[in-house]
Design a protein around this ligand. Structure first.
Ligand SMILES: Cc1cc2nc3c(=O)[nH]c(=O)nc-3n(C[C@H](O)[C@H](O)[C@H](O)COP(=O)(O)OP(=O)(O)OC[C@H]3O[C@@H](n4cnc5c(N)ncnc54)[C@H](O)[C@@H]3O)c2cc1C
Length: 164
């Protein structure tokens, strides 16, 4: 997806997209999270309880007995297995979002680098792309991942982005 997109969306679109996610883009595999101590695990357990997500709590030994194909970092003492956990298929999710965006009248421009953004005045922002196209907008969502500061620099912003 391009880093810059003027988003115009509504609840129906998001609902449609989320139905699509559930039907086509999610593989239920089960999964687990691990913790150094019960105190840390409890924060996670409280959230699971709040949302009525089924889980099992295991000690390190119980987990390794039941799943001998896994190894755990040395300091892990508690493992939570979450039954409904799974993997979202990122390519299918993006396709679903892009399809909804286009359906709502959005225009996607792939392989188009944004080279400059600037404040025009108090109300408008100007965006320039590598293909020399210029867009003017009153709202701009920048989702350039770890490259974000390269683009915000010209507007005098800097975010504390860390690659972890
Ligand atoms: C190897 C790996 C495995 C991962 N596995 C998982 C996982 O299993 N589960 C999970 O939840 N997360 C995972 N992540 C993390 C996840 O990929 C990121 O958190 C997520 O992609 C961040 O999304 P984003 O939209 O903020 O940025 P990005 O996905 O980085 O998207 C930024 C986009 O902006 C574009 N861009 C940048 N500058 C410009 C510009 N000037 N003009 C136009 N476009 C521009 C880039 O090309 C890119 O397409 C993984 C990450 C890596 C690297």
């Amino acid at each position: 997806m391009n880093a810059f997109t003027q988003v115009s969306t509504n609840t129906t679109a998001l609902t449609n997209a989320s139905v699509h996610f559930r039907c086509f883009s999610f593989s239920k595999t089960g999964g687990f999270s691990y913790f150094d101590n019960m105190e840390e695990a409890q924060v996670h357990i409280d959230t699971l309880d709040e949302h009525q997500v089924p889980y099992d709590v295991m000690t390190r030994e119980q987990f390794l007995n039941q799943y001998p194909m896994y190894t755990l970092p040395g300091d892990v003492t508690v493992v939570l297995t979450e039954h409904p956990m799974g993997a979202l298929k990122a390519d299918a999710c993006l396709k679903a979002l892009q399809a909804e965006f286009v359906k709502l009248g959005g225009v996607l421009r792939d392989s188009t680098e944004v080279v400059h953004v600037e404040d025009l005045d108090e109300k408008f922002v100007r965006v320039k792309t590598c293909s020399e196209c210029i867009f003017t907008c009153d709202k701009l969502i920048v989702c350039a991942g770890t490259w974000i500061n390269k683009l915000l620099y010209s507007m005098g912003f800097k975010l504390d982005v860390k690659v972890i």
